[in-house]
Design a protein around this ligand. Structure first.
Ligand SMILES: [Zn+2]
Length: 483
């Protein structure tokens, strides 16, 4: 292991020393299992820990009840760290077992690992603040809690409302089975929109001529989109779910709706695809004598990584290295891979940092907008079993075990050391801003959100109301304490 600077040694020691609190925080949130916009227990615990650690906490930012901004320090440079902590519907899964075993059947749960993201974020914040205090480092650290990533809701609002206006550089942490911190385009742009058609009901047996069939419009829009696919550029993809299509065959459906995701490598491409879909919806409405209503639910830019920050994080990843897995952990990983029917190769043993520009993925993340506003890097840390598909029960089984715990410690070390380096070395921050400007090449960021758009506050509230009392029986009794 190369020699550590006093600041790196301090940060690594802080994180190591608080390993138990980090594990307990991630596990607590695993059992909260809260869906997007309903992360009240989760955000409550995170902000309580940050407040206790000396951060000033602003809750409810941008009108998001479970969003927050916690701040410490003053003046420049201003460094932001942020992540998401929402769960997924019907993803309840017991930890540490190699079979599909919901804690509560049908309930939401963490089968991707956003619970661990939250633990890494809080640990990074507290470790960085401890180092700022210990070494008298100047600057401001802003810690953002970003609700409802699974529905791509929060960060475009935070950017739109100016929460990143004074930020110089930003770091985003996300779980993986590998270490990575790439630069260039990493994820895709996405516009999520609900198309609702309004017609008129009638007895479909005795007076079908009186009905105006909203479901017909959904079907015709689907056909229009299917025909259009042939002319879509290879950078575009579109998927849909029909969310309402009438009640019973003897009544002409008065109302029907279809929810579309429009993806593209660029924000401009996603917008073009969405514009075309609106025309197709208008055509479907014309053909069926119905009216089309279009509601944008979310709209995000493709996530990109800044090269200067990616290289900074990669240097710290190399210092931290892969966690050392025990034979028991390896056996659990192989058993789980076998049961999930994916390639059986256990946990990663060696560090395989990506070389050159990242390969852009089809997934999207609402942190994308931040990455066009300020230089940003997304840090992937190894806290899950390789090859498992997120949102599948198998990917939930390791998330409150020693695999997630060790990965969270590693992730927090690399992210905290990178954040602290920005306060030690302000010219590095200037270099990131300079390379960011070059990377954008004059492209101006403008939000894809429609004018005046507000976040959907009721999102997932029915599901959480139904399951929360049952889930609360499984909450952990012990509260994490950092020292
Ligand atoms: Zn995620």
């Amino acid at each position: 292991m190369p020699d550590l600077t006093p600041e790196q040694a301090f940060v690594f020691d802080y994180v190591e020393r608080n390993g138990r609190a980090i594990s307990l925080l991630g596990d607590s949130i695993f059992y909260f299992g809260e869906l997007g916009m309903q992360e009240f227990e989760t955000a409550g615990l995170m902000t309580a820990l940050l407040e206790k650690g000396g951060f000033a906490v602003h809750r409810g930012i941008s009108g998001l009840p479970t969003g927050f901004c916690a701040t410490c320090g003053s003046g420049g440079p201003v460094v932001a760290i942020h992540t998401e902590y929402d769960a997924v519907p019907d993803n309840s899964q017991s930890a540490g077992v190699t079979e599909h075993k919901p804690i509560i059947d049908g309930a939401p749960g963490h089968c991707e690992g956003h619970n661990v993201n939250a633990a890494v974020l809080v640990a990074t914040a507290l470790a960085a603040k401890a180092a700022m205090d210990r070494f008298g480092l100047k600057g401001t650290l802003k810690v953002f809690g970003a609700p409802a990533e699974e529905q791509l809701i929060s960060r475009p609002y935070l950017v739109r409302d100016g929460w990143f206006d004074d930020v110089d550089v930003a770091f985003h942490d996300h779980i993986s089975s590998d270490w990575a911190a790439g630069y260039g385009l990493i994820q895709s742009a996405l516009i999520s929109a609900l198309f609702t058609f309004h017609g008129e009901s009638a007895h479909s047996g005795t007076a079908p001529e009186k009905g105006r069939d909203a479901l017909d419009a959904v079907v015709l829009m689907d056909m229009g989109m299917a025909q259009y696919r042939e002319h879509m550029p290879l950078t575009s993809r579109a998927q849909r779910a029909i969310t309402s299509g009438g009640d019973q065959p003897n009544t002409t459906p008065r109302k029907a709706s279809v929810w579309w995701y429009f993806r593209d490598a660029t924000a401009e491409g996603a917008q073009k695809l969405f514009d075309q879909a609106r025309k197709i919806a208008q055509g479907a409405a014309l053909m069926t004598n119905t009216e089309a209503e279009v509601q944008v639910l979310a709209a995000v830019w493709p996530l990109r990584g800044n090269r200067t920050l990616a290289e900074l994080v990669q240097r710290n990843i190399s210092l931290v290295g892969m966690p050392e897995w025990t034979e028991d952990e390896q056996r659990f990983a192989r058993d789980l891979q076998t049961r999930a029917n994916v390639k059986v190769e256990g946990l990663r043993r060696d560090l395989r940092l990506p070389k050159g520009e990242a390969v852009q993925k089809w997934s999207a993340n609402d942190a994308g907008d931040v990455s066009w506003k300020v230089p940003m890097v997304k840090l992937y840390y190894p806290a899950n079993v390789p090859n498992l598909s997120a949102h599948h029960w198998a990917a939930g089984a390791p998330l409150a075990t020693s695999i997630a715990h060790k990965g969270a410690v590693a992730g927090a070390k690399a992210m905290a050391a990178s954040v602290v380096q920005c306060f030690i070395d302000p010219p590095l921050v200037e270099e990131a801003k300079k390379s960011f400007k070059e990377e954008l090449g004059g492209l101006a960021y403008a939000s894809l959100l429609p004018e005046g758009q507000m976040p959907p506050l009721d999102l997932n509230s029915d599901t959480m109301e139904r399951f929360r009392p049952l889930m609360a029986r499984h909450y952990l009794k012990e509260t994490p304490e950092f020292r």
